[in-house]
Ligand binder design. Structure first.
Ligand code: ATP
Ligand code: MG
Length: 395
């Protein structure tokens, strides 16, 4: 038997000008995600529907849970466009569900169907009452809402509505570069940016031999989790050691992190130009550490005109952790390997850095050439999502 998954675009439908583009991206994404399964996809301007064999339903739903742009979906039974068939399907559905009060709602997009919506809803209500025991109609606040949609060729009948991931299809907003460390915050920032339609490429600043290859593996694993939402994520590995050592030589140790982050931003800007990215993204959260006070952010941000998107900037650490757990990055992030920042952290980093002081320190650093060389030496890995096949328990 076939089931139908009705997909509602939600927020997409409000963006009239871009609607077709959004739907196309969503369609491409769903097709890519469901590759190899025998699924038929149909779409119109307000929704998409997937015709799925019964046994493929769990795997399909699992995969759809990693597609941004789906706000709601329903699992419908497809039935023939005849009164007998509709009656029978509604009867069977009502007998399967547990509820006390109910309502039948009929939508008739095919106006040639001979019975008006209100009348059919009443008749179907009577079918439910006749074939169940002790149930009552409640039109205002029913426990069970039975939807009957009469369309051009077929009829969809469904009861439960499920929430999708929301957001926009990845890519609809162009490309952004994610500063991805091995910490908890940046993978969450990446996920939230993807949710708003940004296709991400990750950038990892590596300071070999001060950091280990295990730290790099950790970042690769985190990138792989994010690849679930866009198929493949490019991971740029920036060889940062030379610059970091140069910065560390300066006398004002308390400014090390501030200067280091200004250098990171400079490199990010150059990588954005190279990759035609419109913004960069990171896991900074206001007040979390010395380099993330508002005044620090201002001084660090002063080196670039690119928009710096900070999706977790107003979240508490516990809220960030909650998302990290939900998306499966938390357990990877808490693995112990140091990334480049922690190795060079001074005892008392400046909390309110001054721009003049930064400029003075940077005057004595020979950083332009180092920055250019580093950008040239940056390597790229293409990370694909890992295929897992544990869908059976989903429903
Ligand atoms: P934590 O979750 O422990 O705070 P973090 O990765 O957020 O880890 P921070 O020192 O708070 O570490 O760094 C702020 C942001 O700067 C990170 O969220 C990340 O976006 C970026 N960043 C820091 N270190 C690196 C690095 N080595 N490579 C790429 N991005 C980095
Ligand atoms: Mg952080």
């Amino acid at each position: 038997m076939k089931k139908v998954i009705l997909i509602k675009y939600g927020e997409l439908t409000t963006k009239k000008g871009n609607r077709n583009y959004f739907i196309k991206l969503l369609d491409d994404r769903i097709k890519k995600k469901l590759e190899g399964l025998n699924i038929e996809i149909k779409k119109d301007l307000s929704r998409m529907y997937l015709l799925v064999e019964d046994e493929d339903l769990p795997i399909t739903l699992e995969k759809l849970q990693t597609v941004f742009g789906i706000h709601e979906y329903d699992i419908a039974t497809l039935c023939e466009k005849s009164l007998e068939s509709i009656n029978e399907t509604v009867k069977l559905l009502a007998q399967k569900e547990s509820f006390n009060t109910f309502k039948v709602e009929v939508k008739r997009s095919d106006k040639t169907f001979p019975i008006p919506s209100m009348e059919l809803a009443k008749d179907l209500g009577a079918v439910v009452l006749k074939n169940t025991q002790g149930k009552k109609v409640d039109v205002k606040n029913p426990e069970l809402l039975i939807h009957v949609e009469i369309r051009e060729k077929e009829v969809f009948i469904y009861t439960n509505t499920y929430r999708g991931l929301g957001g926009y299809p990845v890519g609809v907003q162009g490309v952004g570069l994610l500063m991805l460390s091995g910490g908890i915050d940046s993978p969450v920032a990446g996920y939230l940016a993807q949710k708003r339609g940004i296709k991400i490429e990750a950038v990892y600043f590596e300071a070999l031999p001060h950091t280990s290859l295990e730290a790099r593996e950790k970042v690769i694993s985190l990138t792989r989790v994010l690849a679930k939402y866009q198929n493949e994520v490019k991971l740029h590995i920036v060889p940062f050691t030379s610059l970091q050592e140069e910065i560390y030589k300066n006398g004002k140790k308390e400014y090390t992190i501030t200067i280091m982050r200004r250098m990171m931003y400079r490199i990010m800007e150059k990588l954005c130009e190279k990759q035609h990215a419109c913004c960069f993204i990171n896991g900074e959260s206001i007040g979390q550490v010395a380099s993330q006070t508002l005044s620090s952010l201002q001084v660090i941000n002063a080196v670039t005109n690119y928009p710096v998107i900070r999706p977790v900037c107003c979240l508490d650490k516990l809220e960030i952790i909650e998302i990290a757990r939900k998306i499966g990055t938390y357990d990877i992030s808490i693995l112990p390997y140091e990334d480049c920042c922690t190795v060079f952290v001074p005892k008392h980093p400046v909390i309110h850095p001054e721009l003049d002081v930064c400029l003075q320190i940077e005057k004595n650093l020979n950083f332009e050439k180092l920055v250019d060389d580093i950008v040239k030496q940056t390597t790229v890995l293409k990370i694909k999502e890992e295929e897992t096949r544990q869908y059976q328990e989903f429903l």
